[in-house]
Design a protein around this ligand. Structure first.
Ligand code: ATR
Length: 275
């Protein structure tokens, strides 16, 4: 029940109607009997400053930040975690008595989604497809854990910008797409948005995928390339894991209580098998 004491958590994004975050978090709050309520706010680009100031004014406990605000929101908050600073993107804000601190839980969300499936990162070779916002968090997370990164992107200049930004954290190389690349790779990660829409091309020619590869996708519930990789015999990790774990880390930041992972997982699976 929402009362006068209920603490509010939000999410700022545009578009926002498709978000699953309110459902995951509200289910978790209710399971643990925590007096919190999570709501989605459609915040347009030119209203982000006012919306962020409203976190303080309305005494909102915290928010998630999603597309297209993850980078621009940094200028409006008071403190930024090292991780979020290194990546240049914030997906979680905590309001600590009027001081707004930004975090990036996508990084550990991605790492945990691999570890949860028994996939190790240290000294492994990762091929990252894409060089957008999601790719940045993934590349940083892999380097932080001692993995090696090879990036392929349609627009090479964006891959180059990631290399320049992150080369101080570990091994990172830009590649052209051919067989000689995938031969030395252990884990392939689709960090592009391809697979989200029905008519999207595949981010990688399936002929380059071998059964020994682990194939990860940040898109959920399932992309055509995930299905191809499964048929080839690869171990496949979908985007639900990253969604789940980034939510779990944000939940802990706001409530200081461990997230009920199994309940969150169940909620997500139920939602994603419905349609
Ligand atoms: P996000 O923040 O979700 O990562 P983004 O920053 O817009 O979104 O990045 C989207 C990624 O998907 C980019 O790497 C983009 O490639 P470009 O840098 O060349 O634009 C990639 N992408 C999107 N549509 C694509 C397509 N049709 N073919 C190849 N890559 C595509």
């Amino acid at each position: 029940m929402i009362t006068g004491k209920t603490k509010i958590i939000g999410i700022f994004g545009d578009p926002i109607e498709h978000t699953l975050s309110p459902l995951i978090h509200n289910e978790a709050f209710s399971y643990l009997g925590l007096d919190y309520c999570y709501v989605a706010f459609n915040v347009k680009k030119d209203k982000l400053k006012e919306a962020t100031e409203a976190i303080r004014a309305l005494n909102i406990r915290g928010v998630n930040i999603t597309v297209p605000h993850k980078e621009t929101v940094i200028q409006y908050i008071d403190e930024v975690s090292d991780e979020a600073k290194n990546i240049g993107a914030v997906n979680t804000i905590l309001n600590n008595e009027g001081i707004l601190k930004g975090f990036n839980t996508d990084v550990n969300g991605f790492i945990l989604s691999l570890k949860d499936e028994g996939i190790s990162i240290k000294n492994k070779n990762f091929l990252i497809l894409g060089a957008g916002g999601a790719a940045k968090a993934i590349v940083y997370g892999i380097l932080k854990e001692g993995g090696k990164v090879y990036i392929y992107n349609r627009t090479p200049s964006k891959a180059l910008a990631i290399k320049e930004k992150f080369k101080k954290f570990g091994f990172i190389e830009i590649v052209e797409m051919d067989k000689s690349v995938t031969e030395k790779i252990d884990v392939i990660v689709n960090a592009t948005s391809l697979g989200l829409k029905k008519d999207d091309p595949m981010p990688l020619n399936p002929e380059l995928i071998k059964p020994e590869h682990v194939y990860c996708d940040i898109v959920y519930p399932e992309t055509p390339l995930m299905r191809e990789a499964e048929q080839i015999g690869c171990k496949v990790v979908g985007g639900i894991g990253m969604l789940l774990w980034q939510a779990a880390f944000a939940f802990k930041i706001w409530t200081e209580v461990e997230a009920p992972i199994e309940i969150m997982k169940k909620t997500l699976n139920k939602l994603l098998t419905k349609d």
